[in-house]
Design a protein around this ligand. Structure first.
Ligand SMILES: Nc1ncnc2c1ncn2[C@@H]1O[C@H](COP(=O)(O)OP(=O)(O)OP(=O)(O)O)[C@@H](O)[C@H]1O
Ligand SMILES: [Mg+2]
Length: 439
């Protein structure tokens, strides 16, 4: 395994900011805790040394002045938590090895002064222990048995407070990071929902000033896009509409033409132009967003009537499968999409088969397939572009404007459906429409 893989930098901004903030704050806290503790231990040791220096010196002086037979009864009273006096030579041992013992021995030597020559050695024991040996003025050996204590242990509440601090730290980190990343999340969501109908939810323009500014910029961008699109649609609609009048005039003129052959050709051209104008207006309208409201419909009835219309017109269209449940959708848009797909299948493949199926998780697929030439893999997406046609190399009679699939895709997007094309095994094309969230 790659060793760096286990230490990989997290991918989300949320995780990265959390790691940086948490590691930074936690190490600052640990450092300050260590400083406080070290400082406290040092101060305590200093105080303790001063105390030992004075206490031991006065105890030794007292014992020295007491008559020899009274000394023993004083010993318990002179004993302290970290040392006691023993009348006797004590035990001998090696030199001092611990730093704290050396300091204690030094303090005692400082306190007692040069009146009593001292010998110091470490003594065996489960904890650090030392013995200081001296002789009182009358020659009696005296031993100070010491178990020096370093600092005071941590109190339990300190641990609790530290845990509490840690919890506050985690909560603050989480809150700060969420504050920073949530607007980004919302922005991405809003940009995602900005569909062809341009009715994305507006971002709230409040909150911290940077966020408010980004939200304002996003909202005004959304407005601008909507304005450009409307303008585009209006221009297209106006041109298409204004073209209708001269086309009608021309048709009238063609009717009064003398040459029959010429007028047939011209009429054909005019028909093509009319179709183009009509499709242009429809495309502009779908671009601007389907205004149709979703209805609860019986999809099986819709598909039956659609297929009947084709069969009545002597077209080879068949239907397989059924939904068996009502559907919440925009019926006219759905009819138009499937109609465009069936028209293509008939135009390029001579027959169309519609397969419908609903899945239990609330999705439905409608597949329109034919056995025509299919579409080269590299053009499967390109044919969705308006006016894009592969027909230059194909039969002239399959003339069209190249807007059918573009319109179908726009309507599908507005319905929150997906439309894709697939070449079939054995030849032909399958156009698949997937509807989501049907209930
Ligand atoms: N079922 C199909 N089989 C083979 N090629 C297809 C099929 N459907 C579409 N195409 C190709 O995709 C192109 C674009 O299709 P689209 O429906 O947008 O335009 P069109 O059918 O040429 O014209 P319009 O639908 O506007 O009358 C077609 O010109 C054709 O080359
Ligand atoms: Mg078409």
């Amino acid at each position: 395994m790659n060793p760096s893989a286990s230490l990989r930098w997290p991918r989300t901004l949320f995780a990265r900011l959390t790691v940086i903030l948490f590691v930074g704050l936690a190490s600052a806290q640990a450092l300050s805790f260590w400083l406080t503790r070290t400082e406290r231990d040092q101060t305590m040791t200093n105080v303790m040394m001063g105390y030992i220096e004075r206490e031991v010196a006065s105890s030794v002086a007292l014992l020295d002045h007491l008559p020899a037979d009274e000394r023993a009864q004083w010993l318990p009273r002179l004993a302290r938590r970290s040392y006691e006096f023993i009348l006797g030579p004590g035990i001998t041992g090696g030199p001092l090895d611990a730093q704290l013992s050396a300091r204690v021995a030094q303090s005692i030597a400082d306190g007692i002064g040069t009146r009593y020559p001292l010998t110091v050695n470490s003594a065996p024991g489960d904890r650090e222990r030392l013995q200081v040996h001296l002789k009182l003025s009358d020659g009696t050996p005296l031993t100070i048995d010491m178990r020096p204590m370093s600092g005071a242990p941590l109190s339990r509440w300190l641990v609790l407070v530290m845990l509490l601090q840690l919890a506050v730290l985690v909560a603050c980190c989480w809150f700060a990071v969420r504050l920073a990343t949530r607007p980004l999340h919302k922005l991405a969501e809003a940009a995602d929902t900005l569909g062809p109908d341009l009715k994305a939810a507006r971002l709230p323009e409040d909150g911290p000033s940077e966020v408010a500014r980004a939200a304002r910029a996003f909202n005004s961008m959304q407005d601008r896009i909507a304005m450009y699109m409307t303008e585009r649609m209006q221009i297209l609609a106006a041109i298409s509409h204004d073209l209708q009048t001269p086309i009608t005039r021309m048709r009238l003129r063609v009717d009064t033409m003398e040459s029959e052959a010429e007028s047939v050709k011209l009429r054909q051209d005019l028909q093509e132009m009319e179709a183009l104008v009509k499709e242009g207006v429809t495309y502009a309208r779908t671009l601007h967003g389907a205004t149709e409201v979703p209805l609860r419909i019986d999809p099986d009835a819709l598909f039956d009537s659609l297929v009947c219309d084709y069969v009545d017109a002597d077209q080879a269209v068949s239907l397989q499968g059924h939904f068996g449940a009502p559907l919440m959708t925009r019926p006219q848009a759905l009819r138009r999409i499937v109609g465009n797909l069936v028209d293509n299948a008939l135009k390029f493949g001579d027959s169309a088969q519609i397969d419908v199926a609903a899945s239990p998780d609330g999705h439905a697929t409608i597949a329109v397939s034919d056995r025509g030439p299919g579409i080269p893999a590299e053009s499967l997406e390109a044919v969705f572009q308006p006016f894009y046609r592969l027909e230059a190399s194909r039969n002239r009679s399959t003339g069209g404007t190249g807007l059918g699939l573009a319109i179908a895709r726009q309507l599908a997007l507005a319905m929150d459906a997906t439309l894709s094309l697939h070449n079939r095994v054995g030849g032909g094309l399958e156009a698949r429409l997937t509807l989501k969230n049907l209930h």
